[in-house]
Design a protein around this ligand. Structure first.
Ligand code: PGA
Length: 307
């Protein structure tokens, strides 16, 4: 391995991540023959094949997988070193990788705006996806911090609840139930229901409540987007359960009503977490502190009107 260069390791890491020479060439702005040559030289230095091609697909060999894990550790350490040096120079510089469930997109992007103003040297990679996909990113150690509403059952993690994330029943503003009080949960069984996709945390929390009370709803439509669900409700398609955070300030929310249904809101929290063994980088820590501070402020602001 003494002959291997950092550049070759970088090229290899990108090919291994995309499982494609073409996409690696695109990401690195290099030609495909250059990529192939770098991987060939690295393979020679390792002394074992790193990839195997089956049909059109590229797979990592055992040696390739081992090398990929090693490369990821090396690059993470180098990134941390760069951040430390920047910190010595009095600068906060580096990249924070963040993945979060869909409902946080009504809160986190705004926060990112003020964070980036305060720390112009910090770049953010922000991935918004559903609960199940966040868990799989967590198991692959792809990000620095993860935000979700239901803690993983397995794995040693550091976590902190930072804001509530209640789930409410939504109907169109002119729905007959919109003005009723104390609606029994069972009444929802008679309504056309719009459900989030399998893998969604919202869906599993709702399903759990219905199962506990033996309620079976008529799922007329399954949608993978909170926005699309709100449009469908406003269009009179049926009712659904979503996080109250999805009721942002935009126009569509004025066409929706929160129903007063027994068992609702389902009280949940947003948690920020990371694997217990992970050493958070300086910039990830900076973001974590910023997030917790902003959440504290937001919680006092929302609490104030009812004081
Ligand atoms: P989901 O999570 O996007 O997986 O439904 C949202 C939430 O739990 O608030």
């Amino acid at each position: 391995m003494k002959q291997a260069t950092l550049h070759q390791l970088k090229v290899f890491e990108v090919v291994a991540r995309h499982k494609s020479f073409t996409r690696a060439a695109e990401e690195l702005f290099l030609t495909q023959p250059t990529i192939s040559m770098q991987v060939k030289q690295l393979t020679k230095a390792v002394g074992l094949p790193l990839f195997e091609q089956v049909g059109k697909r590229l797979y990592l060999t055992d040696a390739g997988q081992e090398l990929l894990a090693t490369c990821q550790e090396i690059f993470e350490r180098l990134e941390q070193f760069e951040m430390k040096i920047a910190d010595f120079k009095g600068l906060k510089q580096g990249r924070v990788r963040l993945s979060a469930i869909t409902t946080t997109k009504y809160f986190i992007p705004r926060l990112l705006g003020s964070f980036c103003q305060r720390y112009p040297g910090i770049d953010i990679e922000f991935k918004v996806t559903n609960h199940e996909k966040i868990l799989s990113r967590l198991s692959e150690n792809l990000d620095d911090l993860y935000i979700l509403s239901q803690l993983p059952e397995q794995g040693d993690i550091n976590y902190q609840a930072f804001l509530d994330n209640p789930l409410v029943v939504l109907a169109s503003i002119d729905h007959p139930l919109a003005h009723e009080k104390n609606i029994p949960l069972q009444r929802l069984a008679g309504e056309p229901f719009i459900m989030r996709e399998p893998g969604s945390g919202t869906r599993s929390a709702v399903q759990q409540l219905f199962d506990q009370h033996g309620v079976s709803v008529k799922v007329k439509l399954e949608l993978g987007s909170n926005e699309a669900i709100k449009q469908a409700i406003a269009g009179g398609f049926g009712i659904s359960v979503l996080s109250r955070h999805t009721l942002g300030l935009e126009g569509i929310s004025q066409q929706l009503a929160i129903l007063d249904v027994e068992g609702f809101p389902i009280q949940r929290d947003w948690y920020v977490l990371y694997p217990a063994g992970k050493q958070l980088s300086i910039v990830a820590n900076t973001f974590l502190e910023f997030l917790l501070e902003a959440a504290k402020q937001m919680a006092t602001q929302t609490a104030e009107p009812s004081l």
